[in-house]
Design a binder for this molecule. Sequence first.
Ligand code: RIB
Ligand code: CA
Length: 314
Amino acid sequence: MGQKVLFFGDVGIDDTIALLYAYLSGEIDVIGIVACYGNVSKEQTAINVRYLLEEVGRTDIPVMGGAEKPMTGEVPVFYPDVHGPDGLGPITPPSNHSAPLENFFEVIPLIDKYDDLVIVNVGRLTSLATLFLLYSEKMERINTFYVMGGAFNVPGNVTPSAEANFHADPVAANIVMRYAKNVKLFPLNVTQSAIVTPGMIDYIDSKGKSKLLKPLLDYYYFEFYKKKVPGLEGPPVHDAVTIMAVIHPEMFTFYKTPVALEISGEARGLSIGDFRQSFEQDEFDGRPIQDVAVNLDYFNFYRNFMRVMTGEPF
Ligand code: RIB
Ligand code: CA
């Protein structure tokens, strides 16, 4: 029934669009969701995930409780100005979705069960880094880690140099980049270009297959981006374009480089790759070489996104 995916997210508007895409694609089989802090609290993420799973008739998917704060020990900051008061724009999920979560370590039997499992991490990297600290051998069973994070040689979104997922827990992101050997990383370089225009939103809405998409993307999310980036043609779906890569890697151009993070100071969360013309692979702290997406084929993205969200050929 498609590629098995264990999903880590801070659900959140673009995380929800990613899960919606996975469900509607019919080619991605989400076998578990780890609810983490980030855009909203861990508790709110869990409520939002349960709401979405009920909407799409998939309450059988287990929801595990992930991290509620970063490894830096700081109190997390949430983003109601971007994602709305409950993280889903104008939607208030009913409070009966706050059932107890599965224990985080229920991810272990899932990792044991499936060969060729991939992990998609589209929020802070705290929960994933914890697995690398506790179960490094077991993590070798994972085929590929698809991670949304970073901004390479381009401006950040929460600070001049840092992207939100890397900035909120740079210690955790650094652990993942240091110990995961097979990361496909989707930084702002490509995710900022994954724009869904108002015309696309209205057309998708008119087809009735994804009724949640318009309320999610209009209002808070697009309003926030319009203020932040005047002239932007639509809101970017950072997390959806990342999960799309699981089945459509051809949409991206990848650059091979080790990745490190600045973990403190003015440049906290800065993502560092080696973009020099030539370099020795072991020059960079012995770090593994990761695949960093540096270019998005927008037309290909547009066609795949529209096809899945409307059910029509594009
Ligand atoms: O910087 C964008 C990322 O931060 C997205 O994953 C968004 O959902 C937030 O987690
Ligand atoms: Ca996210």
